[in-house]
Design a protein. Structure first.
Length: 276
């Protein structure tokens, strides 16, 4: 059982992250301090829309009485840290789970909060896309139950080839490697993905914002993606994809800021098909 604790910045950048997690049966923990921070930030013009949507998503899940979402006030005093700033309260909630012997993963974009988590032995990642890998790493660290002495057998270790750790030649290993970023994709990484679709045409405006058009579209809409920038933001038009309805903004666009390569490629393919 894995408990995923979310920092304020994650909920702001991806209003649907809670819904994604509970659908995969992860126990989501949101400290009350995070809710308080969202409440204080909701009047900022640049954050208002995302925070409002985040609140709606959380309230909807609560009304469904979903057992996988938990708003918590439980804290554990962290050695060397005072409760004089929101970050320390949030970290104290993660530390409480750890002290309860829970498998906890803390998701935050705050570099210094991640450093504090590392010092406390709390597993932390910076985005939803890194979760699957983090869960596997947690499972690999589980202690293996000791076997009774009579069942222990000494096995001869397989001989490994020089220069490798698994006996496979380097050429075989390289042949199965592929570009795949489990965290935030950079603008150049996203551009390489979009450019791999020959039917799309790239356009860059005077401000450096990148967009992609599908001139083979059978509908009036030609723009498939727009406003891709170095900040990580970018939008793909998904109004014709009912399976993505929970991620659409009021104009039908999907924010791909936290999309990994696999999810982004899948989305592009589906949008192209919808335009056909």
């Amino acid at each position: 059982m894995v408990y995923v604790l979310l920092d304020t910045n994650i909920l702001i950048y991806d209003p649907y992250v809670v819904k994604k997690l509970v659908r995969r049966n992860y126990y989501v923990v949101i400290p009350m301090m995070v809710i308080d921070e969202l409440d204080k930030l909701k009047m900022r013009n640049d954050l208002k829309q995302n925070i409002t949507k985040t609140g709606q998503v959380i309230e909807e899940i609560i009304n469904e009485k979903n057992k996988y979402l938990n708003l918590t006030t439980n804290l554990e005093e962290v050695p060397g840290l005072q409760f004089n700033k929101p970050d320390n309260y949030i970290l104290a909630a993660a530390y409480h789970l750890k002290k309860q012997q829970k498998n906890v993963i803390f998701i935050t974009n705050d570099r210094f909060l991640r450093l504090k988590s590392e010092a406390l032995g709390i597993k932390m990642i910076s985005s939803y896309d890194q979760l699957e890998k983090a869960v596997k790493e947690l499972e690999e660290k589980k202690p293996i139950p000791s076997k009774p002495a009579e069942n222990i057998r000494i096995e001869k270790k397989k001989e490994e080839k020089p220069g490798t750790d698994d006996g496979k030649p380097d050429s075989d290993r390289k042949s199965v490697e592929k570009f795949y970023n489990k965290g935030f994709l950079t603008l150049e990484q996203k551009r390489r993905i979009f450019k791999s679709f020959p039917e799309l045409t790239e356009e860059i405006d005077k401000y450096g914002r990148v967009s992609y058009k599908y001139y083979g579209s059978k509908i009036t809409k030609k723009t498939l993606a727009h406003q891709l920038t170095h900040t990580g933001n970018g939008y793909v038009y998904g109004a014709y994809l009912p399976e993505y309805k929970d991620e659409l903004d009021p104009r039908g666009w999907i924010n791909i800021k936290e999309y990994g390569e696999k999810d982004l490629r899948e989305l592009i393919c589906k949008v192209i098909e919808s335009y056909k």
